[in-house]
Design a protein around this ligand. Sequence first.
Ligand code: FES
Ligand SMILES: [Fe+2]
Length: 465
Amino acid sequence: MEQTLPDPGVAKGEHRCPGETYQDVLRRDETGAPPQMMTESYEYLGDEPIGFYRYTSREFLELEFEKVWSKVWQWACREEHIPNIGDYYVYDIGHRSIIIVRGDDGVIRAIDNFCGHRGTQLKPSWDNGNANRFTCRFHGWAWSTSGNIASVPCRWDFPGHSDDDLKLPSIQVDVWGGFVWVNFDTKAAPLREYLGVMPEHFTGNWDLGDRYLELHLRKRLPANWKASMGAFLEAYHVYKTHPEGLRATGDANAQYDVFGENVSRFMHTSGTQSPHIERKQSEQEILNFVLRRRYGNPDDAPKVPEGKTARDVYYKIVQDELRQRFNHDFSRFKVAETLDSIEYFVFPNAFFFPGAARPMVYRFLPHPTDPDECIFELLFLRFAPDGQEAPAPATPYDLDVQESYMSAPGIERGLGYVYDQDTDNLAAQQRGFKGSLRGTEILGNYQEVRMRHVHKVIDKYLAQA
Ligand code: FES
Ligand SMILES: [Fe+2]
């Protein structure tokens, strides 16, 4: 199958994996699928090679900080991190550091984390706590939680500076999906506009504001932030990097969408066989296979009734498992929302999975000075048990480059193994960015369109004055 040549009679961007499409699978599901999943929005974005300097050049990284990160909406923390007056959370991006704080009036503000006197950092990076003042360790200047100057020792020595002048600078802040978002650009368009289809798609079952942060990992990765994201923007690599599940995973027939400026999506199945698997399996074989992989023993696998699919039966089993595990009723989630990988990307660095079984969020943070490194954050958002308050958000657990995801407490082993497979490719790729004689990468027109989309949007920002 992998050697099927492109049909020369078909226009660029129109080629698709032969056989069943993701939409075909959705149409067969006995529950149907929610309307936002039944849409397609692919756009051909060209096929020019992409220069590797974009992943290795310090100058390029600096330009990104100067022209991209200073203009985009980016999520800083969860609202649940700062529920009470005085709660704060420090967000760092590049050399910038911002205190997200809930003031005495209950309003969330995003204020500069550097002293207005001689620049000393006020709170440690990524610190999280409660305060009524932010006091500098050096000479003791202090600010209120709304950023107003509250105390200056020997105030008489600064006659040329009004209290207004001594306010800490603040940046734009807004809340969506239970996340607190910030933007350094005072002239930026509102967050809701920036988010494109997200607010429309992430309603009802998909409202991420209804969930709490169950697990939070931060892993250092040995590759540029964009290349690291590239390991998660396509399912093309599943065939080679994660071959063990192909008998019951869609990959080459995944659906890819680009929604306007800042959002893209892929969706692929669980419970159908990969187009790479040549032998057509029965629905019963597929069910036995997924159950063996998920639960170990296939012997008591239920029979797939006549006219039903492995997905329909698997769906009910996963629903039962989720209900027992999380003490929450998931029955409003349809087959595809329960089983599939549904991944939305919001430029520049945020991934959101609305599905019931795999409710992840990813964030990729560039290293402030080293283009060869980044931080990958893996979060799980879950529903609180029915009738109960959500637990406090998880504290981050740090993993270094060589440490397996499987060593982190709270992660399913099988999933940790998959993340290890993904990140194991990165060092070899970053090495190639520097040494390759070709000097550029080639992207698939369809399956890798979301990667190209990231580069295109970056270029748009870089072209601005
Ligand atoms: S540097 Fe902060 S009070 Fe002087
Ligand atoms: Fe992967």
